[in-house]
Design a protein around this ligand. Sequence first.
Ligand code: GLY
Ligand code: MN
Ligand code: MN
Length: 493
Amino acid sequence: MKRYRLLVLFFLIANAISGWAQTEKPDDFLPMDFHQDRREALRAKMPPNSVAVFFANPVRNRSNDVDYHYHQDPNFYYLTGHTEPHAVLLIFKEKQQVNAESFDEIIFVRGHDALKELYDGGRLGKEGARKTLKIDVTFEGSDFKEYNIDFSKFDKVLFYDFHNDVRDTKEDGDLYDLIATFKQKINYPDEKEMTIEVEPAENKLDTKSLDKMMKSLRGIKTEEELELLRKAVKISALGQAEVMKAMHPGMSELEVQGMHEFIYKKYQAEHEGYPSIVGAGHNGCVLHYIENYKPKIEDGELILMDLGAEYHGYTADVTRTLPVNGKFTKEQKIIYDLVYEAQEAAMAICKEGTTFKELYAATARVINQGLVELGIYKSLQKEDIINPATGRNRYYPHGCTHHIGLDVHDLGENDTLRAGMVITIEPGIYIPEGSPCDPKWWNIPVRIEDDFLITEEGYELLSDLAPRRSEEVEALMAQPSSFENITLPSLEE
Ligand code: GLY
Ligand code: MN
Ligand code: MN
């Protein structure tokens, strides 16, 4: 009896504490009307008598009792604004009639747990979800099993196929349970049957069409999204400009990364949109170099910095390449200016109707031609340009354009530019040591990457706070920096 009273007291206190622990949040996140409107837009694209099912992202364990910072699945976030794990959303094409209730969407969310909320902060719970997310019908995840829904009555059950990497947290109604319950309710075929490709048109369980619908929605940004994207890009470009002023030989790559990320946080961008790439000298030739370990950046090197702030879910993707000592060498400037010219060539045709392929072709034409004129490629023949080991263009081995948004490589149609798309243009030249050309070109990595909103008239350059031209980069690098006033004691003393 005594034990029971103690337990009740514990839960009352924990509940009260979790009530007090409501966290303060900036007020410029996407409004709930946006998410509601996006659900409507998806519903309009869904075929008759269909239901679309979306799951929240899994929690990823880092080690022992520490998880990675949770990041919601972008589709789930786009459609709900819900930032908690262990949830499933059902969107129906038509209104469903159950007893006296009529509804066309349901969400199952985590239930309250005083002890967990004491550590991790408040959960919305089903009441909170109804009020906050503006979804009429809300349940707890643990209700999904008993929830009476006959998926067989729909002509199409639309969902993304599962990755088999969701762990069981042993909590009733967690993501593991939600997926298992859904599979059971739809008679999800076992793995062997799923390997037989079935055309979506003939398949009631459709794991292909939803992605197409989401691509067409997410690829065209709304005004609310543009506001956040503009901010993310502005903060990232400002980071590049400030680092240009602060850069000098002797800094470490991590220190440079830290300066960018300090600026992101200063302007309330909560994350990096992807692991920050800061590579000096030959490290810059590794396209996605994220170790950023070099302790001392050397005089005369180039440093390639590809970073993006994530502001309230939306991420920028901006790259600048600097001469560490403030002045490009002759060879560095020649390669830098060639990349700049390639980017300008793509920008010259960047407007509605241009294809993604044409943007790439415009940059590749300038780069390949330029490298032939410099004697770095022997000729424009395929065998002189393609590296047989990778099958890619030897010194320009990556694409030129992708969407940005909730993902750095955002969902969107990669065919033709349309107003409302936000894309990157990011040509580059990377000449690693040992390349089959004059060694004076070795260890020159250059990428220039900017973010563009496609408009009816052409484009708007969103990342213009960071200079692109070599002369402007050098001029800004000669300016004093606010970081100069930060002096810290040595750990050796
Ligand atoms: N930061 C990765 C990319 O530029 O696509
Ligand atoms: Mn990019
Ligand atoms: Mn990038």
